[in-house]
Design a protein around this ligand. Structure first.
Ligand code: MG
Length: 268
């Protein structure tokens, strides 16, 4: 394995669920992996498609699990969605289908939320507080021509003991079935997640490495953005799934412990 391209990366975008932990169960060596990044002079951002929580929720969650984390180390699909709305729909009134945390995140970026008849955008997140009335309102606005923007395309959110929760992609599929309108997804694999971080940090995409366990989001975002990708087999992807996928990771490793040993080893 030629690891030159991997070792040249100075910024690591880290998926969390299935990569660093599952639920509250931290994977062995995951905290030490973050230390290896710091000690080798590399930076990191915890990158999540989970739009049910705000960035600040992740800071406290990661710290509670023992990971070093400052506010600037977290970037969520909710944050990227707020930035996208500000850039592409400035001043528009937005009907949110999302958690209270998601709505607060949008508001903190100055997005104007509304459930009035003037809604120009329907913005959907991973709404773990979903009630039927919200779907009904969203369908109402979409049928009248509102834009359909969604935070993340994930069908399900993995949970311990092989359980899953219906995620933003599944909620959007319901709305598409009812209206015929397809959403634009802002989170991974949309390259804007990487582009926004590159613009903010000044690190070119080619020196950014995306690490994750899911081919159609974590690895696809790297491919789309021209970044380097590492698939870890600690989550949903098995080695048997690789040949069937059109999305090809640059590197396939067992877990972030193995990645730490590759990066920490000065003899490549
Ligand atoms: Mg994951």
């Amino acid at each position: 394995m030629n690891v030159e391209k991997l070792k040249a990366c100075s910024l690591f975008l880290l998926d969390m669920d299935g990569t660093l932990y599952l639920g509250d169960q931290v994977f062995p060596g995951a905290v030490d992996f973050i230390r290896t990044l710091t000690e080798s002079g590399r930076d990191y951002i915890y990158l999540t498609n989970n739009s049910s929580r705000a960035g600040t929720d992740y800071v406290s969650r990661l710290q509670r699990l023992g990971f070093p984390c400052r506010p600037e180390n977290v970037f969520t699909s909710g944050m990227a969605t707020a930035m996208y709305l500000n850039e592409n729909f400035p001043g528009a009134s937005v009907y949110p289908v999302g958690t209270a945390a998601f709505m607060n995140e949008l508001r903190s970026y100055g997005v104007a939320l509304s459930d009035g008849e003037s809604a120009q955008v329907v913005c959907v997140g991973f709404d773990t507080e979903l009630v039927y009335e919200k779907l009904e309102r969203a369908v109402h606005f979409l049928r009248r021509g509102a834009a359909f923007i969604a935070a993340n395309p994930d069908w399900v959110c993995p949970m311990p003991e092989n359980e899953v929760l219906p995620d933003c992609g599944s909620i959007c599929a319901l709305l598409t079935a009812a209206t015929g309108v397809e959403p634009l997804f802002i989170g991974k694999p949309n390259r804007s997640m990487v582009d926004l971080i590159s613009a903010k940090t000044g690190v070119p995409n080619g020196q950014i490495c995306c690490v994750g366990d899911r081919l159609y989001t974590d690895i696809a975002v790297a491919v789309n953005a021209g970044a380097v990708s590492v698939l870890v087999l600690s989550g949903e992807t098995t080695r048997e799934m690789l040949p069937q996928s059109s999305v090809k990771p640059d590197y396939v490793l067992a877990d972030v412990m193995e990645l730490a040993s590759v990066l920490g080893n000065s003899q490549s």
